[in-house]
Design a protein around this ligand. Structure first.
Ligand SMILES: NC(=O)c1ccc[n+]([C@@H]2O[C@H](COP(=O)([O-])OP(=O)(O)OC[C@H]3O[C@@H](n4cnc5c(N)ncnc54)[C@H](O)[C@@H]3O)[C@@H](O)[C@H]2O)c1
Length: 298
């Protein structure tokens, strides 16, 4: 997934941020998804799992759809009675269609579809060496899988004239150079899909949005990192991934994406559609001029 460039980041410890509402004694808002039903693909681990947990703690019932059957079941057990697992390979339209139908038969409705499943590409970085078979496989999961999820969610949401569709894009879909071409192109496409579908689904009262996370050391990123840095221990790989961020004193975590997904899924975002919510600590908003220090210029 990643293209590598070397840079230094100084990490300083600082006091935890206390939100104004906490200081004023207000309790945080809970149950923002009371009575809602969500289907999340790729929810056996990482961002999908964190979001499933967040949705459940906010009152939703969640169907976890993932290609990893054993882990998916373990995750559903861990998240409790409001989580159910269904095996699903998003590259197969019939699996997605089944997952949507399963959700309706179990809970009678689908309010939130989160097409989150995605894979890295693990190919050489140069266009000259691009493996088009890998390109097709990644597009099949990262792009076609998202479109299929939206298609079947729309099938059941349009008649109800309501729904929130989400998907996971990436900062690598906003700027070139952050990832290998195949992965990057797949995430640019996801952001495009959101806008294209929002154009049609808005007239049915359905909102379509995506989140674009910065690098988070989830299993698929760590697998990629261990290929780039063979033999380096996992803690160091986590540190290297996190140090790529620009916002000092904190790191991008699955829970940050889950919070963004909760906002977009909930009625708090009732007039937000066609939006790409970037969670990158400012990374894609600026570049700095790498001038030499004044005392080094004569
Ligand atoms: N971690 C990051 O740095 C990062 C940054 C930006 C975007 N993303 C995106 O976030 C999404 C979730 O990734 P994550 O970081 O949580 O990684 P993860 O490896 O923890 O989770 C990905 C999940 O998707 C599942 N999956 C893979 N192929 C599938 C398929 N064909 N059908 C169904 N499920 C499948 C995996 O089994 C796994 O449970 C992906 O779309 C990824 O591209 C991740």
């Amino acid at each position: 997934m990643f293209r590598v460039a070397l840079r230094k980041k100084v990490t300083i410890s600082r006091a935890p941020v206390v939100s104004p509402s906490f200081k004023m004694g207000f309790s945080s808002q809970t149950a923002r998804l009371e009575g809602k039903v969500a289907l999340i693909t790729g929810a056996a681990s990482g961002i999908g799992k964190a979001t499933a947990s967040k949705f459940i703690s906010n009152g939703a019932k969640v169907v976890i759809a993932d290609i990893q059957q054993q882990l998916g079941q373990v995750t559903a057990n861990e998240l409790g009675p409001n989580a159910t697992f269904i095996a699903c390979d998003v590259s197969k339209e019939s699996d997605i269609s089944n997952a949507v139908d399963f959700t309706i038969s179990k809970h009678s409705q689908l309010d939130i579809m989160y097409a989150n499943a995605g894979v890295a590409c693990n190919t050489p970085p140069s266009i000259v060496d691009l493996d088009l078979a890998v390109f097709d496989r990644v597009m099949n999961i990262n792009v076609r899988g998202v479109v299929a999820g939206m298609k079947h969610a729309s099938r059941v949401m349009i008649p109800r004239k309501t729904g929130s569709i989400l998907c996971t894009a990436s900062v690598t879909g906003l700027m070139g150079g952050l990832a290998q071409h195949t992965y990057s192109v797949s995430k640019f496409a996801v952001i495009g899909i959101v806008k294209s579908l929002a154009a049609e689904l808005s007239k049915h009262g359905i909102r379509v949005n995506c989140v674009s996370p910065f690098a988070i050391p989830t299993p698929f990123v760590l697998e990629e990192m261990s290929r780039i840095f063979p033999g380096v221990d996992i803690q160091r790989l986590i540190e290297i991934t996190q140090n790529a961020g620009v916002l000092e004193g904190t790191n991008c975590e699955p829970n940050d994406i889950a919070n963004a997904a909760l906002y977009l899924a909930s009625d708090d975002a009732k007039y937000v559609s066609g939006h790409n919510l970037v969670i990158d600590g400012g990374f894609t908003s600026f570049k700095t001029l790498e001038f030499p220090a004044p005392d080094q210029v004569h």
